[in-house]
Design a protein around this ligand. Structure first.
Ligand code: ATP
Ligand code: MG
Length: 431
């Protein structure tokens, strides 16, 4: 008899198999019991009949506690009434590990309670669905870049200087010196692009964001492609292609998870239609001012502004060419204007905000050095980075996609904290 995972049930209809998992829920009447079983791959129903199992085993089954670990032997049957489509008719059951007073019961719990029990909450079907989609997006990311000849490189997490800005750095003691947790892998990705042509990083990034928003974690995962001989226009095309690819991958591989989450596939399908609309920062300011937003040219956009702009489009929208002063030091000046840079933020629809920030990078040694100084940074700290402009500098561009925020959007969840297994927030470091 074969030990199978629940997800593979479709290949074992009418066959006797063994399942190992946990009892997520149960209900029973005098003669029949239904166990909601999960094994990490999926959830399905186990049916136990008193007439078949005998009094003692049936009685034990009706007394199983929630989250008891069990080994089940039975026959897989089609089950037209469930979304999953299959169930197991139990012939034998053995307890592997009991579970007494499992804290998360089928009744509703508050978010704080659930977050305090995040290590257990991950077992529930909605969290399972979100993590499956997250996993597929990570998988599709590696596939997308691998197919296009990119090399995955690993940026360091401990750094000596700021990568993005000096305000939200996490400082750590490094043998008596200061070190910082990386806010971005980008500067290292640029070195990678000069070595391998096309690279991407994927790793955790850290920002001491002191605000409590639905979109910010203090530790989040970013995917940062960086491409040599690539201008801003080429980069925008790659960005929309990548986003459409990820959404299509989720549509193709996450059917069950999308059902559990109740995510509308028609809405997601819209996001696979290219190209995405583009507006300039100047146009965005004009739109906002017409709608009586209190914003002047030069201001950065917050969540209400981004949401308002996104509402005018059916798909993610690029906002291009932001003022120099509110963007990072490494961005290249616009060729026709000295007040804006060659950059774009990709704003997701439905109020999810910025999912990608990207730009063409400054290639000229002298200009870059001056920009570093103008941003109040010490050029000596960036000497290695300036080397990239000393030795064979070429046009290059790149961008960063925030994985957790992207997952929040695709799953249609309200808050980013459920998009990562163990969220780190201003007021949360446990579990
Ligand atoms: P925001 O304005 O929303 O704070 P940002 O301009 O600081 O974003 P970038 O520095 O361009 O963002 O980072 C690239 C991407 O990383 C963003 O588009 C977003 O998807 C994601 N991101 C940035 N900060 C966070 C955070 N604190 N938590 C989760 N994701 C984030
Ligand atoms: Mg930010």
């Amino acid at each position: 008899m074969e030990y199978i995972r629940i997800i593979d049930s479709k290949d074992y209809v009418e066959q006797k198999v063994q399942i190992k998992g946990w009892v997520a829920n149960k209900r029973s009447s005098g003669k029949i019991a239904f166990l909601q079983l999960r094994d990490g791959s999926a959830y399905f129903q186990g049916v136990a009949l008193k007439s078949q199992l005998g009094e003692a085993l049936f009685d034990a089954i009706t007394h199983l506690n929630q989250e008891t670990a069990v080994e089940v032997v039975g026959t897989i049957q089609e089950d037209g009434r469930s979304k999953f489509g299959y169930e197991i008719h139990i012939e034998d059951l053995k307890v592997l590990g009991d579970s007494v007073d499992y804290p998360i019961t089928p009744k509703a719990h508050g978010t704080d309670f659930l977050m305090d029990h995040r290590h257990l909450w991950l077992r529930s079907s909605k969290q399972h669905a979100i993590m499956q989609i997250r996993n597929e997006i990570i998988h599709a990311t590696f596939e997308f870049f691998y197919e296009r000849g990119f090399v995955k490189i690993d940026a360091p997490i401990l750094t000596g200087v700021a990568g993005e800005n000096t305000t939200d750095l996490f400082e750590v003691d490094y043998f008596g010196d200061n070190a910082y947790l990386g806010q971005t892998g980008q500067l290292y990705a640029e070195a990678g692009a000069m070595a391998f042509g096309k690279v991407f990083t994927y790793g955790p990034t850290f920002r001491a964001e002191k605000s409590k928003t639905r979109r910010h974690l203090t530790e989040f995962w970013m995917i940062e492609p960086e491409i040599a001989f690539c201008d801003h226009e080429d980069s925008l095309k790659l960005q929309e292609e990548y986003v459409a690819y990820l959404i299509q991958h989720v549509l193709d591989h996450c059917d069950y998870a999308l059902d559990v989450l109740g995510r509308d596939r028609e809405v997601l399908k819209r996001y696979t239609q290219l190209p995405f609309p583009r507006i300039t920062y100047d146009e965005a300011i004009e739109m906002l001012q017409k709608a009586d937003f209190d914003v002047e040219w030069g201001a950065d956009f917050g969540s209400p502004e981004e949401t308002y702009i996104a509402e005018h489009f059916e798909k993610p929208v690029f906002i291009m060419n932001y003022p120099k002063a509110i963007k990072a030091f490494y961005m290249k000046d616009h060729p026709d204007r000295d007040d804006v840079v060659l950059c774009a933020d990709l704003i997701a629809p439905e109020g999810y905000g910025e999912i990608i920030g990207g730009s063409e990078r400054e290639t000229d040694y002298d200009i870059l050095r001056e920009k570093i100084i103008n941003f109040g940074l010490n050029p000596d700290d960036y000497d290695w980075y300036l080397d990239l402009r000393r030795y064979g500098s070429v046009p290059h561009s790149g961008f960063g996609l925030g994985l957790d925020r992207f997952v929040t959007w695709v799953t249609g969840n309200k808050h980013i904290r459920e998009s990562i297994p163990f969220p780190r927030l201003l007021n949360r470091l446990y579990p």
